[in-house]
Design a protein. Structure first.
Length: 461
């Protein structure tokens, strides 16, 4: 049995096994040629100008490869020359690998710095961080000498070679400079002054002492009093004419303080304390001063004993005069803010005052004749779910007559308590009736006699 080739998968007949087989043109030739043709491809797709001649096409590819190689060699030579012109640390050769040349390119030191042309001496070249070569424009001033004056003198812009100087002067010493002045850091001598403003006469200078006035030496004749002490009094004391040594003084007194001076008075500029007063006019005694408080009377400290009344005080002493109501204060003392007198009368209520009349803030509700009260409730009795019971309390009078309206006048009841008669429009009388001093109680034998709401009106006295 035949086999196939490894690369193109062409069929190969076995000399032994296929020796007696008839030669099969399709299998042995045609199929193999198709496989070769498919593998080689379409010659039209060749990228060479030679498409019909395989050798020509291969030679053309070799020529192009040789040209590319030579171009690479030429470019490499240019790169080597460029690197060597940059004076890299290690010289470059054509034998260096491209990777080595790339690294040397990376190792090239670029221009750096921030100098401008005005920062570099005129005619000198440099580069900064933009990599461009520049020529400096800084002026070269060489050696410069400057003589000081009253005004600042400009130092020329540019380069100075270090041999220039600012001129000095041997007369620039303190002894030649006026006191209080400073010339180039040299302070004037305190003895060197302009005496043109001096106008002192001999009588204005201490006897025996000398001074210059307007350029002239003057010897003084003023009396020398030395040290003088003066004790103040109620009248002025003269200070002797002449010189005083400065050790003299006007005698002081530690008691000359505000706390020791009467209020409203001023002794040598010290104002009296407002607390220091002449108490001789005082005549209060301890009972005139609030308890625990202190006061001075006729030079003496007095502690008060007057009671301090606070809060409320009940009084039973009540009198009237005309339309005035007077309450007596039964004990002496001081009534502080908020203290008050109290008189209690349980009859002083609105119900005992005529309706509309205001007596000491209470407005009366008393109507002459029968009293009346009315209202509406939705719960006739708190423990009566069947609405059989009705309780009303809290009135200010004892009931005499009662009207009840059940369920918006669906049923009306009238109870004449005075005559003990109960009137209804359609239902029987209550099974229980109780009268209280401030209300009443009703109970019916059947349910729902008092369906809510229940309105009521009560009269009494």
């Amino acid at each position: 049995m035949g086999s196939n080739t490894n690369n193109l998968n062409l069929y190969k007949a076995s000399p032994v096994e296929d020796a007696n087989d008839t030669f099969n043109i399709e299998t042995m030739l045609n199929e193999n040629w198709d496989k070769v043709d498919d593998t080689v491809g379409n010659k039209v797709d060749l990228q060479t100008t030679q498409k019909d001649n395989l050798v020509g096409a291969i030679n053309e590819v070799k020529t192009k490869a040789d040209e590319a190689f030579q171009a690479g060699v030429d470019r490499k030579t240019e790169v080597v020359d460029a690197l060597n012109s940059k004076k890299t640390i290690t010289a470059s050769t054509i034998a260096d690998l491209w990777s080595a040349l790339v690294q040397k390119i990376r190792d090239i030191k670029e221009g750096s710095g921030n100098a401008l042309k005005v920062d570099v001496l005129n005619g000198k070249t440099f580069t900064n961080n933009d990599g461009t070569e520049y020529t400096g424009t800084m002026p070269n001033n060489g050696t410069v000498t400057i003589t000081p004056g009253t005004m600042n003198k400009t130092i020329s812009q540019g380069y100075h070679n270090g041999s220039g100087y600012v001129a000095g002067d041997s007369d620039l010493v303190s002894a030649n400079i006026k006191a209080g002045k400073n010339i180039f850091g040299v302070a004037g001598n305190s003895n060197v002054v302009d005496t043109s403003a001096g106008d002192a006469a001999a009588s204005q200078i201490i006897s025996g002492k000398k001074a210059y006035a307007d350029g002239t030496l003057v010897t003084g004749t003023m009396a020398n009093n030395g040290t003088v002490s003066i004790t103040p009094g109620t009248t002025n004391k003269s200070i002797s004419q002449g010189y005083h040594s400065g050790s003299g003084y006007v005698i002081g007194d530690p008691d000359l303080i505000s706390a020791n001076i009467k209020a409203g008075k001023n002794i040598f500029g010290v104002a009296g304390s407002s607390n220091v007063v002449d108490t001789s006019a005082g005549d209060a005694v301890a009972s005139h001063i609030l308890s625990g408080k202190k006061a001075y009377v006729d030079g003496e400290l007095i502690i008060g004993s007057m009671p301090n009344k606070t809060g409320g005080y009940t009084t039973d002493s009540l009198t009237k005069s005309g339309n005035e109501l007077r309450m007596s204060i039964d004990s002496a003392g001081y009534f502080s803010d908020g203290a008050y007198l109290r008189y209690t009368d349980n009859d002083w209520v609105e119900a005992n005052i005529k309706n509309g009349v205001n007596i000491f803030g209470k407005v009366g509700t008393l109507n002459e004749g029968l009293k009346i009260a009315q209202g509406t409730t939705t719960t006739p009795h708190p423990d009566d779910p069947w609405e059989k019971k009705f309780t009303l309390t809290g009135l200010s009078f004892r009931p005499k007559y009662v009207f009840l309206s059940v369920k918006d006048d669906a049923h009306v009841y009238f109870w004449d308590i005075v005559s003990d008669v109960f009137h209804t429009d359609s239902i029987s009388s209550p099974s229980a009736k109780i009268v209280y001093d401030d209300g009443f109680y009703l109970e019916f034998s059947a349910d729902r006699y008092l369906e809510t709401p229940v309105s009521w009106i009560v009269f009494g006295d």
